[in-house]
Write a protein that binds this ligand. Sequence first.
Ligand SMILES: [Zn+2]
Length: 484
Amino acid sequence: MRLSVFPIAVLLCTASMAAAQTADSNHSGDEIARIVGYAMTRGGASAFLETLTDTIGGRITGSPQSHATAELILKALKEAGLENAHFEEYELTSTWQHGSAIGEVIQPVRHALMIGSYGWVPGTPGPIEAPVADFGAPAPGENHVTEAAKVRGAAVIVDLRSNGISSTYAGTRITIARQLAQAGAAAMFIVSDKPDRMVYTSAFGFYPRGPLPIISIASEDAALLRRLLAKGPVKLRLDVQNSFGKGPGRERNVVVDIEGADPSEMVILCAHFDSWDAAQGAKDNGAGVASVLEAARVFKALKIRPKHTIRFVFFSGEEQLANGSRAYVEQHKGELDRIRAVFNTDAGAQAPLGFQLNGRQDLEAATRNLFEPLAALDANRVYLDADFDSDHESFMVVGVPAYSMRVEPGDYDVRHHTIVDTFERIDPRMLGVQTAVMAVAAYSFANAEHAPGRRLSHAEVRELLKRTGLEPLYELEYPNAKPE
Ligand SMILES: [Zn+2]
C-alpha cells in the first residue's frame, strides 16, 4: 500500500520532506522485511515450544511446573541478551492441587466412567456413593434449580454443551453450580462437548473456590447414565481427590522491554504461560508464549530500536481469573494511559487472520491503516467482536485498547483443555507466521506518529460492556468494581 500511495504524497511535500519520508518509509519497510524473514525462518518459536512442552508439559497456575516455566522463559530471554527481563510477583487468592477423579456406576450394573475434574473445585470427602439425577439442559432465566429435593445428595448431570469457552456459557455454568450446591447436590456432572470420550476442564467462574465437586463426564458416558436412568434408579461411586493449599499462594509474570527511542509510550505483546495438565498445553497457550518470546528475540537479534517501547509480558494465572494480567494492571496503574495497544495471542496455532478489537469501533479506522504491513501475511483483518476469554479482558475493563489475535478456525475447540493438546499437533510454519504477525503489529503501532485511540473512561467502559453483552459477566468477575 505504501508504494502505490507514495507518488501522491511526493507531489504534496516539499522536496526535502519527501526525501526524508522516502528514507523513513524505506527504512521501516526494510525492517519489517527483516522481522518477517527472521520470524519465519529461524524456527525459534517452534524450538522453544518443544522445550516447554516436552521438558515441563502441563503447568497449572501455582504449581511447580508453572514456576519452572517462568524460569525457562526468563532464561531464554536472558540468553538472547534481553538483560532487563524480570519477574513480577503477585498473590494468588487460592492454590489448588489436581487429584485423581474416579467414577463408577455401581447400580444397576458396574461400569467405569470417563470423568475429569474441573479446576479450583473441591474433591469429594473420600469415596462417596450417590444416586444420579438428570437435570437436563438449563431453562433460560435466573432460577435454574427449582426442586431441591430432586438433587439433594445426588450426582447431577447438567447438559451445558456449547462451543468451547464462550463467556455467557461460563456465567451460566457457575450460576447453576452455586444453585446445586445450595440445594445440597453431591456433585455436578457437566456433559463434555468433546468427541471420542474426551473430558474437558476449566476454572472459569470457579476460582478461587468452586461450590461443589464439578466434574466433566464424556458425552458417551452421560448417555449411558441417561439410558440406565430411564429404566430405574442409578447409583455411582465417586472419588475425587482435589485439594486446596493452605492460605494464599504466589505467582509470577515475566516482563521484558525492547526500549523505544521515546519510552513515554508503549505497545504490549502478551500471552499466558499457565495451562491445564491433561496434556502439554501446546495450543493453549504454549504456542502464544513461543511466538511472543520469539518476537522479542527477533527484535533483539536485529537490533531494532522502535520509536516507542515494545513490552513483552508472559502472564501466569490466566486460566483461573486472568490473575496475572489483573495483577499486572494493578501493579502498572500509573502507566495505563501510556499504552497504545495490547496485543494478546491465545487462540491456538492456526493461520492468523487479524485481530479482534473487542468492541472498540473508535479504533477501527486507525487500526486498519496501521495493519497495512500485515496485508502481505494475509493477517490484516479487523473484527469488532468482544469477549472475556483471555488476558485482553484485564486491559479492556480499564479502557486500554486491547486486541486479540484471531486465527483460522481449526481443531482448537477439540484440543482445547483436553488430553490431545500436544506438541506434534502444532504446525511449526504457523508459529513462524504468528511470530511475524505479532512482531509486525507491535512494530507498526510503536513506530506510528499517533496512537490508534485513547484510553476509555470508566463510564465509557461500562457503555462498551453493555453494548457488547459482557456486562453480566463483568459483574460476576468484578463484584467489587467501583468507578475510579
Ligand atoms: Zn488460553
